[in-house]
Design a protein. Sequence first.
Lengths: 91, 282, 383
Amino acid sequence: MKLWRKPFDMADKAPNPVKLHIDVDRCKGCGYCAEFCPRGVLEITGELSPKGYDMVRVVDESKCLGCGLCEAICPEFGIYLITEDKQVKEV
Amino acid sequence: MTKMLTVEVNPIDCYLRVDRIPHIWCAGCGIGPAAGCFLRAIDRAGLEPDKVAVVSGIGCSGRVAGYIKLDSFHTTHGRALPFATGLKLGNPELNVVVFSGDGDIAAIGGNHLIHSARRNIDMTVICINNFNYGMTGGQMGPTTPLGARSATSPYGNFEYPFNLPYLVAACGATYVARWTVLHLRELERSIAEALVKPGFSFIEVLSPCPTVYGRQNKSPRGLDEMRSYKERSIIRDGADPKDVGISLDGPIVVGKFVDTERPTLWDCYQQMLDRANKSKKR
Amino acid sequence: MSKEEVLCGEFFMNGDMACAEGAISAGCRFFAGYPITPATEVAERMSERIPQVGGVFIQMEDEIASMNAILGASWAGVKAMTATSGPGFSLMMENLGLGIMLETPCVVVNVQRAGPSTGLPTLVAQGDMMQARWGAHGHYEIIALSPDSPQEVFDLTITAFNLSEQYRVPVLLMTDESVGHMSEKVVIPRINQKKLVSRPRPTVAPEKYLPYDSREGLVTPMAIAGEGYRFHVTGLTHDDMGYPVMTAEAQDKLIRRLVDKIRLNAKEIIRCEEIDIDDAEVVVVSYGISARIARYAVQKARGEGIKAGLLRLITVWPFAEDRIRELASKVKAFIVPEINYGQMVREVERCAAGKAKARLVSHMGGGVHLPETVLEAIREEAR
């Protein structure tokens, strides 16, 4: 990310650690998460999942900002991320 | 020290009938993301899930009712709106949401659409527009753009399509918006607004349909249609619905077009009850 | 229900109005309809009375919407009704099927008029009797009642609601323009609330609830929206969970239960009126307005020394098969006066199985039989 001026508190504001979970049983290899991730964290590998779909995988988890776009855009509810401040709802 | 939540399942699974996942929608279909936006919007709007009822019609969009873990009704083709009307009038405390496709709501259900909007009955309609009848194999529908190919317009569609926001706004809906499934955050916010707003709220959601519509119209992968949304869509909140028609390759205007106030059907009904009971007392 | 809200006493009203009052007495608090001669008066009376009792009246944009609206209201927990005539009845068929498939209690009134198509909008017929049984696509079983007077319209409307709630099926009230538009004395009794039936409710916690739990028997407990049961119901062939299942096994199980829940309980559901049947040699089988003429003809025949009897069908569907079979070995002939070209006579003939003749006395519609016509048929068959 190119910054024209470094924020003074940049060192303190590191993004929260994020864990990405990909559900290989649900993924149908549409490629939306890889295409629209703003940081290029995901890519389509070309390998097949156990169900025969193109698999997506995490390229570099450290680049992930935890924006949640992949989670929202996945048509299969097959990718989700967990950050430390995320609430899990019991319904 | 940061503590990571170990969660084995997708948090949204609490709202899904996980015994029926994976669902039937194709790879790249936009109905999944639209349903996801709706589910997140329920929490965002602060609704009580037990009081939310989902009514859907027939078609791919109609299958949403079967995957959502709320009181849900999968009714007949085009008739989700009158069913939802009865449901809402029977129990006005319910928050009724209708999921329907473009053909279901504007062709066979067209009459019910215009009357429900006219009545301004308090419900939220999420119309997933993929420009064709997907489930039956990609036939043209009332929103198929002029010139588009489909299973029943192999030489190109020769009918003008509906401009759904224009139609519904003209009939009296008090909240009209259109988003594509790419505009996830805006869509989620829009649905949350519509859910709490009294009156007839109509949200058109443009969705890729790679298997049939896309394949017949030079966009065989979902990505192709999504990329075209990215290129062609312009956000114009408050645009005049008259100007937001969609052509085969022209701009796609999205945004919140109408957000007005008008007494709902129930408000008018209460006023009528006052009159009825006043005359009885006399 | 307060005394002022639900009527009580003796009134002079026509069949349509009696229908509306019967519905209100039965606890109906939702009416959706569309104007159509000769059923419009039901809607008009409901539009005036239902707000007085705290219910909801809405005139929908067409009959299809009306049928769907009453299904929705029923799923919100409210007893619901619609009223129409032939053309509207045809429109309602698809969603009557939805009501049957979802197992939704509701009442559909058909004030029959002459058809097909626009026909004679203001004149009587009984031409929709087979449509009542088979009108929706697919195979199913239905309950249909046929009153012969405004008083009976009132009584049977309450019966219709009770049956629909008990068996979780739409019940058809097949009146006709004659009964609907004639005015007679109607006695509205004090309604015993305990006699009104409501649908079976779930007895288990929401997590354990199945919308069509076949372990509960043929009629399964019904949850309503908004109570936390989080059920899913669909018009697709489904399993006990309400989920669509696309297999022949699921279809077999579902159709058998939908049909058996009526068929196996037919004895409790079927109601007939019998006059002078015990020693009858000729039995007139009739229903609705035709039964009034038949009653007079049978009376006159007895006066002439003919051993005639009347079997008046109050429940037209399920059909009183057993009674016809029983009588077929004892009588010379069944005479079936109906205002159509032969619909219920086919059922009589089928059940008589050749043991007795089934003779149709038909009137195409636009009026009712002359008693003499029926009497002549009785005389001929008694010879």
